[in-house]
Ligand binder design. Structure first.
Ligand SMILES: O=C(CO)[C@@H](O)[C@H](O)COP(=O)(O)O
Length: 316
């Protein structure tokens, strides 16, 4: 029996499928293992979100055992998965969703390189243009606090204070948020990539200075400008009658148009139509392949270290 109006039932089903699928991507991408790590996704148009059940191996996660909860973190009884307990992170996720309507997805991982920075108590610095582009500055460190409610407030405070959608939680791991769950997963993947790259570059003994603030700012502004342009093209394409051509081109975007949002390229927040739903699934497949191809970090890192090793110097 349906509990919600059809529109919401459809949205819940889609978020269940997305959240279950994204957990598998976290494992394939080497970001998490066994039962560790959590993805959740807000149900557009309702005060609800979907989160993984606690203690279940990632290989057993499926749309129907995801747990539907309200924004207080209470399980919606009588829905699929409601016989299980939600992930231990449920209260923290609920607090972040209540904190900001812009948060549509949350991911928590203990991905190894980023967690190594969190354990050292060090933000991931902006050594590369990629970090400037994606995060608009260092991936910040949220100082260690113990009580769960304080952890959520500390993460929310950090998200409000700087542009990065990902943060390192000292002594623990990574939290990332996004407009949709897959945007949050993307941020978590990129944090791990960035942390690994910094680690490998430093392992040569090189003292690499962070990019200067002006360069970071202009790189980030360029990215936000391009994102805004892409969204305009996408909106035009989605609203154009069949057979017509969209009028916007990436170069036509107004500067400063939609800067400051967490939208990443290709993302839309509206409830998709059938046409955009099929585009959504094509994009998912493409991005899934990208994440899946990161599965062999060990071999890739060994190769990178060989390439980076200075001649005549022992590599530690
Ligand atoms: O961060 C932690 C534990 O340190 C948790 O979030 C686990 O990563 C997942 O817990 P369950 O989802 O199994 O309750």
């Amino acid at each position: 029996m349906n509990r919600f109006e059809p529109r919401i039932e459809v949205a819940v089903a889609r978020v269940r499928a997305d959240v279950a699928r994204l957990h598998k991507l976290l494992v394939r991408g080497g970001l998490t293992n066994w039962t560790s790590g959590v993805v959740s996704g807000r149900v557009p148009g309702a005060d609800l979100f979907v989160i993984k059940p606690g203690g279940l191996d990632h290989t057993d996660l499926a749309p129907d055992n995801m747990v539907l909860v309200d924004l207080d973190g209470s399980v919606v009884e009588g829905t699929p998965g409601s016989e299980r307990r939600p992930s231990r992170g449920v209260a923290l996720h609920a607090q972040l969703y209540r904190h900001s309507d812009a948060i549509g997805g949350i991911v928590h991982t203990h991905s190894p390189y980023a967690t190594a920075f969190a354990l050292r108590g060090e933000p991931v610095p902006v050594l590369s243009t990629t970090v400037a582009d994606e995060f608009g500055g260092p991936v910040p460190l949220v100082p260690f606090v113990n009580a769960e409610a304080d952890v959520a407030s500390a993460i929310a405070g950090s998200l409000d204070a700087q542009p990065s959608r990902a943060v390192l939680l000292e002594r623990h791991g990574v939290y990332a948020v996004g407009e949709r769950p897959r945007d949050a997963v993307r941020a978590a993947v990129l944090v791990e990539d960035a942390a690994r790259a910094v680690q490998l570059a430093r392992a040569t003994g090189a003292d690499i200075r962070p990019l200067d603030a002006h360069d970071v700012e202009t790189i980030r502004a360029r990215r936000l400008h391009a994102d805004a342009a892409r969204r305009r093209v996408q909106r035009d394409a989605e609203s154009a009658p069949a057979g017509s051509y969209p009028t916007s081109r990436p170069g036509n975007a107004r500067s400063g148009g939609e800067t400051g949002s967490w939208t990443t390229p290709g993302s839309t927040s509206s409830t998709p139509t059938t046409t955009s739903a099929s585009r959504h699934s094509e994009r998912n497949d493409r991005e899934d392949e990208e994440v899946g191809s990161r599965h062999d970090h060990g071999r890739r890192d060994a190769r990178a270290r060989r390439m980076l090793r200075p001649r005549g110097r022992r590599f530690r």
